[in-house]
Write a protein that binds this ligand. Sequence first.
Ligand SMILES: NC(=O)c1ccc[n+]([C@@H]2O[C@H](COP(=O)([O-])OP(=O)(O)OC[C@H]3O[C@@H](n4cnc5c(N)ncnc54)[C@H](O)[C@@H]3O)[C@@H](O)[C@H]2O)c1
Length: 322
Amino acid sequence: MTKALVTGGAGFIGTHICDSLLSDGVAVVCFDNLGSGQRGNVNRFEDDDAYTFVEGDVREPLGQQLNELDTNFDYIYHFASRASPADFKDHALEISQTNTIGTKHVLELAREMDATVVYASTSEVYGDPKEHPQEESYRGNVSIRGPRAPYDEAKRFGETLCTMYTRQFGVDTRTVRIFNTYGPRMRSDDGRVVPTFCVQALQGDDLTVYGEGDQTRSFLFVDDLVRGVRTFAEHDELAGEVINIGHTDETTINEFANTVTRLSPNSIETVYQPLPEDDPTRRRPDITKAKSLLDWEPTIDLETGLKKTLEYFGTEVVNAHP
Ligand SMILES: NC(=O)c1ccc[n+]([C@@H]2O[C@H](COP(=O)([O-])OP(=O)(O)OC[C@H]3O[C@@H](n4cnc5c(N)ncnc54)[C@H](O)[C@@H]3O)[C@@H](O)[C@H]2O)c1
């Protein structure tokens, strides 16, 4: 039986990865400190014998924390890390250590077990990009001292560690640069634009747009992401590779607000607030590499994904805490 470790498996993306692996008969160990993860994302698998939850922290060596399981992993999906810009200030050190020291601990475990590691990097490594769309070869425009640095500089060094472990020790690492992904099981108070707008729309509150709303994002539905990540992980001979996974449709925040308003059951307006420092103005992935190496491209459009996400927040969150 194939065995996988999912760090950050109680988080938004991690729980969808656990789901997908379990559906394919993979035994899953979810490892999470529940910092930004949700207990409900663990409880949903409690009846599945192939699923084990270990509460722990990647900032400490993993071997000791997983000792009792006495198991070897074929794959490690390293997705542990708070990802919401709302956390970049209060959890700065934790985020930077999770992606640097934590990534080293994951790589050490992979080296011992001869496991393939998939590292969740981010479009944030491109910073406020000067090239559009962003190809994997673009080196980015990142502020090393700015408010987003604990996240994006740490992700950049996490990527460097992966390449070092591949070159120096032959560890099979694969880095996925994830662009803005959304869907059910995001935290309603996570601070990212999709859950914020969904909850505001369902509660009948006005949508808060930062700046003029003409900054663009490309929103990827989580099912498309998981399919890309799994294909990348299981594909032959991609050790050491880095691949962008994201949607290529660019949407302004104003257009996104209009779509949410149209789908909202309530009549709502848009209100404007000042743009935070270092908020990127434009992001769109070049996915040529994902198409040619993985035969992957997104299949779910924004309206379809948004309807599913609104449905989730409607039943699980807003109705639960009216
Ligand atoms: N959602 C996106 O749009 C997006 C974009 C780019 C990259 N990513 C990356 O994907 C991964 C998952 O993101 P998400 O959106 O699901 O965020 P999330 O906050 O929902 O999930 C992160 C999970 O990691 C856990 N975690 C954090 N620090 C940990 C630590 N030190 N030890 C153990 N567990 C820890 C949290 O408790 C949480 O369950 C992150 O690495 C993130 O940087 C996400």
